[in-house]
Every structure is written in structure tokens, then in C-alpha cells.
Design a protein around this ligand. Structure first.
Ligand code: NAI
Length: 454
């Protein structure tokens, strides 16, 4: 009998395992594929390994701007893919070792929730039955595959890829077509553009990068259009052929040639086949419904990570897992989604936290906005010849607190955390002004903007 059974070993699941193990709970993590989940094995981490190689390559290719002349450069895609596996193995090994050290049992197999027991719940893996007093569902999400003509056949034939297959591609396709200009689509478009493919991004909306600040999304598109990516916006994909993708715009049908197609049009909570119905766990639009303590409708059953469909990001999953474990331990803890940062690891990077101008206007909030070119940062100017990055700071006009920060420019991914803390802790501008930022760093752009608020 375990104190806690965690179903799923991704960011929510393995972190819950660690936190529960640290707190002395007898814990079992059940994982059907790989510990580390999509994030470590088929998502966040491997894509960052690929994108870092692309960044080095791009820097070398434009070295002359900085007085560095490189005669012959090439990007060895096979090497990049192999190195990515080394990165994964190191990190997955680390998680395994930590869970072991904490005495957490890891069960490899497909877990299905069975029934209540006098003291809790039973989960079956193969022929084995595991019993736990409490249960945490952390089964993640799967890529959406819409019913577009030829898409499923293309996937079965290896012509259409998801985030899983694209990271294993052995060769760089000459024509790479991306369906969906969201986070996965843009990051992979970025890598394959650097790796030498001609990339076409087909997006249904009239803009890329989803809910990103509209001006920043446009700037990102402009940067990538200059690097040779073709964007087809307001384009509805209607058919995937053997060597092409067809879309409709303004009543016209247009065909784009493709050697490989990435389908990245969103993800859906993984709730099918895990036995939720055996306990009567309530789902809403296919995701497990949770409250701010990460509880489901069934007492003793919690859910964290993509499976609750709230914010499909690994860092949200981490915090949700901690909230769940704290509540299991009887420590009151609540999840807040007010300051969840979002990053797109393109080159330049995009990072944001809080609400956008568009959202604040819609919500009728009285706010002040400061927009600065990244050139206000000395380090940015030193390291970004010709860079056109910007940052926006949005402030509550009455309370003088930060409502949103949106940036495009490298290091954004690393410096956004300062803005996250400002929003989470509801810091007033007068307090932020007394904080010392390291100089010279790109982070100083936030300090500049704070002082620029009228
Ligand atoms: P997404 O939701 O970010 O973007 C999907 C895009 O596809 C949207 O712009 C949507 O308008 C478009 N779309 C939908 N149906 C379409 C159609 N039929 N034809 C053309 N376009 C269509 O989803 P994505 O990129 O698949 O990522 C999935 C999840 O993974 C997201 O929730 C994201 O947060 C997470 N993720 C996060 C990363 C990060 O934080 N850096 C990196 C990669 C993924």
C-alpha cells in the first residue's frame, strides 16, 4: 500500500514523486513510456538542444558582423540529433537517480485506474495491482490530429510528423511545411530554417504565435520572413496529399510542395483509456477538472499538468504538482495562474508574462504602457548588430503594479523571471526602482521601462 500513486512520469508526475518522496510519503510513479515525459524526451529539452546548435550556426554564418570570418560552415544535422539524445539521457538519468535516492518506486507500464479500495484506490499495470491512499493523475497530453483529408494517412506513411517524430528526423527535408504557427511550429520552423530547409508555416489565424503581444508576433514574423520562411496566414488546411499540403484562403485553393509536414496545431489532455470512468472523475472538454488545490471531484484524487488542460506548460505542471502534494500533506496551498511566463525559443527569443495590451483593453483595465527598443540595454547593443527587439511594460495606472511584460530579443527567456516575481508578488514600481539589476545585462531593459513610466 502506497501513500501516493502518481499516474504519469512527466514534469508533473516526476516532480510530484520527488516532493512526496522528500516529505516521507511512500510513493509510486507509474510511467508507460519514459520518465521525464514529453518535456524531457520529445519536447522542451530536445528541441532546445537542436535550437542551440542552430543558434551557434547562425552566429557563425553572420560572424562578419562582429569581425569573425568563418570560411566554411555546415550544420551536421545527424550529429545534432545524436547530441540531443545525450542531453536527454543525462537528464532522465538524473531524475531516475533522484527518485531512487528518495525511495520512490518507479513502475514502467501502462497504468489503468481500477476501483476504490477500503483505504484508497487501485491501479493496474499489466497483471499487477497497486494500491494507494491518494492518487495524482499526471498523464499529460497528446498532439491534436484534426480530421483533415489525407492527414492520418500521411502520418501513417511517415510524411506527416508530430513533435515526437520531428525530433528524430534523420535528414533535413528540402521543403518543410508546418501546419500551425504556434509554439511548436515556430520553434521547429526556426531550427529547420537554420538547418537549410525551405520552411512554409501555414496558420489558420491572421497572425502567428497565438496570444503573444500582437506587435511582438509581427516582429517575430518579420525576422523570420527575412531569414527565408514563408508564412501563409488566414489559411485553412483542407488536404494533405502525397507530396503537398493544400489550403484555402479567400475561397481559393493553394497547394504547397512538401517533403515532410509537421502537424503542430495544439495538444489535448490525455484522459482516454486511463480508467477515469471507474472512479467517476469529472472531465470538461476532455480535460480533468481541477480546483485551485488541484483536487478533482473525487476526494483523494488530484490532477496536475497538461491533463487538466489549463496551461499546457512544463513549468505550470511543476507548480501544480507541488500544490497537489502540499495539499495531500495537509499543508494549504493554492495554484495561481496570474504570473505564468511563456517563452518561444526562436532566434530572437520571445518571452512574456501577465496580460497583453489587447487583453487589458478588452478587460477595461486602466493601464499605462511603456514600449522601449531593446537598444536601451548596453549589452543588447553590443551583442545584437542590427537587432530590432522591443519590450513592453504594462502597469496598473491606479495601483502602480506590473500587469504584463512582453519582450522579443535574446536572453528574454532567462530574464522574464524578474517580471514574473514582480507580478506574482504584486510589487509596486516604487519598490522595483530600488532593486539593483546587474550591469551590463539585457535585464536592465525592465529597469529602464519602470523608470520610464510616466
Ligand atoms: P499552439 O496552441 O501553440 O499553436 C497551434 C497553432 O495552430 C495555433 O496558432 C492555431 O491557430 C493553429 N491551428 C489550429 N488548427 C489549425 C489548422 N487546421 N490549420 C492551420 N493552423 C491551425 O500548439 P502547439 O504549437 O502544437 O503546441 C502545443 C502545446 O505545447 C502548447 O500548449 C504549448 O504551450 C506547448 N509548448 C510550449 C513550448 C514552450 O513553452 N516554449 C514549446 C512547445 C510546445
Amino acid at each position: 500500500m502506497f501513500d501516493l500513486i502518481v499516474l504519469g512520469g512527466g514534469p508533473a508526475g516526476y516532480l510530484a514523486g520527488e516532493r512526496a518522496g522528500e516529505a516521507g510519503l511512500k510513493t509510486c510513479v507509474i510511467e508507460k513510456m519514459f520518465i521525464g515525459g514529453v518535456c524531457l524526451n520529445e519536447g522542451c529539452i530536445p528541441s532546445k538542444a537542436l535550437l542551440y546548435s542552430a543558434k551557434i550556426f547562425d552566429n557563425a554564418a553572420h560572424g562578419e558582423k562582429y569581425g569573425v570570418h568563418v570560411k566554411e560552415i555546415s550544420l551536421d544535422h545527424a550529429f545534432v540529433v545524436a547530441r540531443k539524445q545525450k542531453v536527454i539521457d543525462t537528464l532522465v538519468g538524473g531524475i531516475r537517480a533522484k527518485l531512487k535516492k528518495l525511495g520512490v518506486t518507479v513502475v514502467e507500464g501502462d497504468g489503468v485506474i481500477q476501483h476504490r479500495t477500503p483505504q484508497g484506490f487501485a491501479v493496474k499495470v499489466g497483471e499487477e495491482l497497486y494500491e494507494g491512499r491518494q492518487l495524482l493523475i499526471a498523464t499529460g497530453s497528446d498532439p491534436v490530429m484534426p480530421p483533415i483529408e489525407g492527414l492520418r494517412e500521411g502520418f501513417d506513411a511517415g510524411f506527416v510528423l508530430t513533435n515526437r517524430e520531428v525530433l528524430k528526423l534523420e535528414q533535413v527535408p528540402a521543403e518543410f511545411v508546418v501546419i500551425g504557427g504556434g509554439v511548436i511550429g515556430l520553434e521547429m520552423a526556426s531550427y529547420f530554417n537554420s538547418a537549410g530547409a525551405h520552411v512554409t508555416v501555414i496558420e489558420m489565424l491572421d497572425h502567428i504565435a497565438g496570444n503573444t503581444d500582437a506587435e511582438i508576433g509581427k516582429l517575430l514574423q518579420k525576422n523570420y520572413a527575412a531569414k527565408g520562411i514563408t508564412f501563409e496566414l488566414s489559411a485553412k488546411v483542407v488536404k494533405v496529399g502525397r507530396d503537398c499540403v493544400e489550403f484555402e484562403r479567400d475561397g481559393k485553393r493553394i497547394s504547397v510542395k512538401a517533403d515532410k509536414v509537421l502537424c503542430s496545431i495544439g495538444r489535448r489532455a490525455h484522459t482516454a483509456g486511463i480508467g477515469l470512468e471507474n472512479l467517476g472523475v469529472y472531465t470538461e472538454r476532455g480535460a480533468v477538472k481541477t480546483d485551485e488545490q488541484m483536487r478533482t471531484n473525487v476526494a483523494g484524487v488530484y490532477a496536475a499538468g497538461d491533463v487538466n488542460g489549463v496551461s499546457m506548460l512544463a513549468h505550470t505542471a511543476y507548480r501544480e504538482a507541488e500544490v497537489a502534494v502540499n495539499n495531500i500533506l495537509g499543508k494549504k496551498d493554492r495554484m495561481s495562474y496570474e504570473a505564468v511566463p511563456a517563452v518561444i525559443y526562436t532566434n530572437p527569443e520571445v518571452a512574456s508574462v501577465g496580460r497583453t495590451e489587447e487583453q487589458l483593453k478588452k478587460d477595461g483595465v486602466n493601464f499605462k504602457a511603456v514600449k522601449l527598443t531593446m537598444k536601451f540595454s548596453g549589452r543588447y547593443v553590443a551583442e545584437n548588430e542590427g537587432g530590432d527587439g522591443i519590450m513592453k511594460l504594462l502597469v496598473d495606472a491606479d495601483k502602480e503594479t506590473v500587469l504584463g511584460v512582453h519582450m522579443i530579443g535574446n536572453y528574454s527567456s532567462e530574464i522574464i523571471i524578474s517580471a514574473v516575481i514582480m507580478i506574482e508578488k504584486k510589487m509596486r514600481l516604487s519598490e522595483i526602482k530600488k532593486v539593483i539589476f546587474p550591469h551590463p545585462t539585457v535585464s536592465e531593459i525592465i529597469r529602464e521601462a519602470v523608470f520610464a513610466v510616466e
